[in-house]
Write a protein that binds this ligand. Structure first.
Ligand code: LLP
Length: 435
């Protein structure tokens, strides 16, 4: 993957940096991000959607991984940015990310968050519900502004990794439901409200999707709605945001379609539908998160205690776990692992990798073949770049790990490790507890 390779010492190397050396220099657990691969993934999307078709835009979903340095890379690569909270928006602004390229998502944005979005002039607010529509209109009028929006629609398609379900009405907290007319009501309302400029529609059908069919179907359903809006209201939909969700391979069996194929199918579907219905071609927007940053990030751990239950299982404990990667515990997500200091040694035993949290569910990998494991080995889990750090916690008062960005043999800190002092940062002691 990316710049990952085995070097002459038989160690794993990423971005020209020996993972064992990185672990020694920066400590573990350590998130390692491959800058070349992040950029290559951005460019893959830009080529497949923007350069090939012109009227398209790629915006990175910051919820997958967002830091100041990451914002810089995304800005340099010319992508837009999808933020879902005041905190993500603040991070982007502090990083100098151009506000006009920011899309503001969220199903329950606060008044303060909407005000900040208006003040800095984000490119689009993706409006989720009627309360937000009214609040946004009122705030925009108060400020003498007109805010360009997309309306988030629940199209009645639910995609999973291998299949998707078409349902008449979908049970989702997000967006205006299309079946039944709520979405059309929202467009009418948006048209009638001052301070609101309707630009287009948004939908997101799921995450870690391997197949193209759900996207094709989503494009059809959304273009059908675009036609309805034109017929009923004479209103042109300029932009169609089809969300993110492009799957990646965490383990060998995972078999997602390449980005180029997703792009071809999505763009062909939108073009076909526009032609068939005689509609103006909308600008197509996609919001990849995982597929840009997931494979570009790995986590290095140090092996500690090992518990062998003969004939049952060998538990290999590492110095992190569910606090830095909740995905296995939360979703049953699967990962591979490599011993970075024994990268070319053959696998001889099957072990299970566990974390250091006080919880039996704190398992990172069940039953993985590895070379003989010993305390002090550096275990690397690839593909932890998306939803690893962003979903990390301080459970058991563990400090969040550091993250480095590697490129051409150079490693730079992009997130420093949380210290014990950091853990006390928000603690307050009431007067009556002071002795
Ligand atoms: N756009 C919208 C509106 C979304 O809700 C999401 C993800 C994305 C884009 C980006 O999706 P991606 O390309 O990253 O699949 N924590 C879960 C994933 C939750 C995804 C939520 N929304 C995980 O770790 O698998």
């Amino acid at each position: 993957r990316g710049t990952m390779r085995i070097n002459e010492r038989g160690h794993l190397e990423i971005g020209g940096c020996d993972v064992v050396d990185l672990a020694r220099e920066f400590g573990t657990p350590l998130y390692i991000f491959d800058e070349d691969l992040i950029r290559a993934n951005c460019r893959k999307f830009t080529r497949a959607f923007v350069q090939k078709y012109g009227n398209a835009e790629v915006i990175y979903a910051g919820k997958a991984f967002l830091t100041t340095a990451m914002c810089r890379i995304i800005a340099q690569e010319g992508l837009g940015l999808d933020v879902v909270s005041g905190g993500e928006l603040y991070t982007a602004l502090k990083a100098g990310f151009p506000p006009a390229r920011i899309y503001f998502h969220g199903n329950n944005k606060s008044k303060e968050e909407l005000l900040l979005a208006l003040e800095v002039g984000v490119g689009r607010v993706v409006v989720d519900n009627f309360l937000e529509l009214e609040t946004l209109s009122r705030l925009a009028v108060e400020r003498g502004q007109r805010v360009p929006i997309l309306l988030r629609v629940t199209p009645g398609i639910e995609a999973h990794t291998h299949e998707y379900i078409r349902t008449g009405q979908i049970d989702s907290k997000f967006g205006f439901t299309l079946p039944g007319g709520q979405a059309l009501e929202a467009v009418k309302k948006a048209q009638g409200l001052p301070g609101i400029e309707y630009k287009g529609l948004h939908c997101h059908i799921g995450s870690q999707i391997f197949q193209v069919e759900p996207y094709r179907y989503a494009a059809e359903v959304m273009m059908d709605f675009v036609e309805e809006i034109l017929k009923v209201m004479g209103l042109v939909t300029e932009e169609l945001d089809l969300g993110g969700g492009f799957g990646i391979a965490y383990v060998e069996e995972d078999d997602p379609q390449p980005i180029e194929v997703f792009a071809e199918v999505i763009m062909a579907a939108v073009y076909d539908e526009a032609e068939k219905r005689g509609l103006k071609l909308p600008k197509v927007i996609v919001e990849p998160g995982r597929s840009i940053i997931g494979p570009a990030g790995s986590t290095a751990y140090t092996v500690g205690s090992i518990k062998n239950i003969p004939g049952v299982r060998k538990y290999v404990a590492v110095d992190g776990g569910m606090a830095d990667n909740i995905r296995p515990a939360l979703y049953g997500a699967r990962y591979e692992a490599i011993l970075a200091n024994k990268a070319s040694a053959p696998a001889t035993e099957v072990v299970s990798i566990t974390g250091k949290c006080c919880e039996s569910g704190d398992m990172l990998i069940w039953d993985i073949p590895l070379p003989p494991v010993e305390p002090g080995d550096i275990l690397l889990m690839p593909c932890t770049g998306a939803y690893g750090y962003t979903m990390a916690s301080n459970y058991n008062r563990l400090g969040r790990p550091a993250a480095v960005l590697v490129k051409d043999g150079q490693a730079d800190l992009i997130l420093r490790r949380e210290t014990y002092e950091d853990l006390l940062r928000c603690d307050v002691v009431p007067k009556r507890l002071e002795k």
